[in-house]
Design a protein around this ligand. Structure first.
Ligand code: PBG
Length: 348
């Protein structure tokens, strides 16, 4: 094409263009100046698994993650805090089959693996914010998040109020061991109010509650259940986790959690539920956490291992998108790696 002709055409038809959004993208400096959302290490929470015994074992289906011993997790937390600036971890207990039971009583054993880990981490690095998962599934012989009633016909039912009573025992046990934040991931009705009342009555008014407010019955939890050996042995979780088709229901759950005394709300999974995050952001002044779950993490890892996507770029984009949708806090298995990338970007 004749460049002069092109110029004449451009001059004529583009004359009236006053707005050229590309001007705000013209250089690294200008782009940085007008960037609306950023991701910092302070936004990250690292979910970690802890088990009895001396071994630290890699988890094959969650590459980069480990089942830590109590000693191992305390040491690793010192490194995460000191070298990478990660200041919050979320603890999940892994218990052997023989310690599982119908009522999940190991969940409130003061000498259980989670209370041991809380104490060890707090001793090794007192500044680390320790969050713990409150739910019965790793301790339940049924692999359900609550207390199960098995009918004569073999049908199972997860009992709400009995479960809340058990969650209160578990929550108090973690709080007494020194947990800063309890995060109930079970989706029973009324558990936030019950936990808040029990904590306050025990004088543990400083312990926070991060509620899994809108936790969907998702197929993206597969690798996590594999890592913990906690997949339901019978039935599914659809009578307590939410239907992926529902959005208004998430706001109803948010209203209840706020009224019951939650300090932060969570949406889970992350990437495919950003509409829910954005709606909840409009609805509440509380901080919102989003969990980028095991399946989301594993899919990126698998595609990157095949050379199909750029792991670093895709991971950073997914997390920035979660922040853009309205999340304050992000739980992700990529936290240590992301912390390293963020330091690299800043030339540290
Ligand atoms: C269970 C729990 C699950 C996850 C966190 N807590 C799994 C489930 O509900 O079955 C999933 C986390 C992940 O997939 O990364 N209380």
């Amino acid at each position: 094409m004749d460049p002069v002709g092109m110029n004449r055409f451009a001059a004529k038809t583009m004359q009236g263009i006053k707005q050229r959004p590309r001007r705000n993208r013209k250089s690294t400096g200008v782009r940085a100046m007008v960037r609306e959302t950023y991701l910092g290490v302070e936004h990250l929470v690292y979910p970690m698994f802890v088990q009895e015994g001396e071994e630290d074992e890699p988890i094959e289906i969650l590459p980069g993650c480990m089942r830590w011993s109590v000693t191992g997790i305390a040491k690793e937390c010192r490194r995460l805090y000191g070298e990478l600036g990660i200041s919050c971890v979320d603890l999940f207990g892994v218990v052997p089959e023989e310690k599982k039971s119908a009522d999940g009583a190991e969940a409130w054993n003061e000498r259980g693996v989670v209370p041991q880990a809380i104490r060890a981490i707090k001793q090794a690095v007192p500044q680390m914010v320790v969050m713990t998962d409150v739910a019965l599934d790793p301790y339940s012989s049924f692999g359900q998040d609550g207390i199960v009633h098995e009918g004569e016909d073999g049908e199972i039912k997860v009992l709400n109020d009995e479960t809340v009573e058990a969650l209160v025992k578990q929550g108090l046990c973690h709080a007494r061991a020194g947990a800063d934040i309890l995060s109930p991931s079970d989706m029973m009705d009324g558990r936030i109010g019950a936990l808040r009342a029990a904590l306050d009555e025990a004088g543990l008014t400083e312990v926070s509650l991060l509620s899994y407010t809108a936790k969907y019955a998702s197929a993206f939890y597969g690798p996590f259940r594999g890592a913990l050996g906690s997949a339901p042995k019978k039935g599914d979780k659809k009578t307590y986790q939410m239907d992926p088709g529902n959005a208004r229901e998430a706001l109803r759950e948010a209203e209840l959690d706020i009224a019951e005394g939650a300090d932060m709300l969570m949406v889970k999974p992350g990437g495919y539920y950003l509409d829910i995050v954005a709606k909840m952001r409009e609805h509440t002044h509380l901080p919102i956490a989003v969990y980028q779950v095991s399946g989301e993490y594993a899919m990126i890892k698998a595609a990157a291992a095949s050379g199909w996507v750029d792991e670093r770029a895709v991971t950073m984009e997914t997390l920035l998108s979660i922040r853009r949708a309205g999340a304050d806090v992000i739980l992700t298995y990529a936290a240590p790696q992301v912390a390293r990338w963020l330091r690299e970007e800043r030339g540290i």
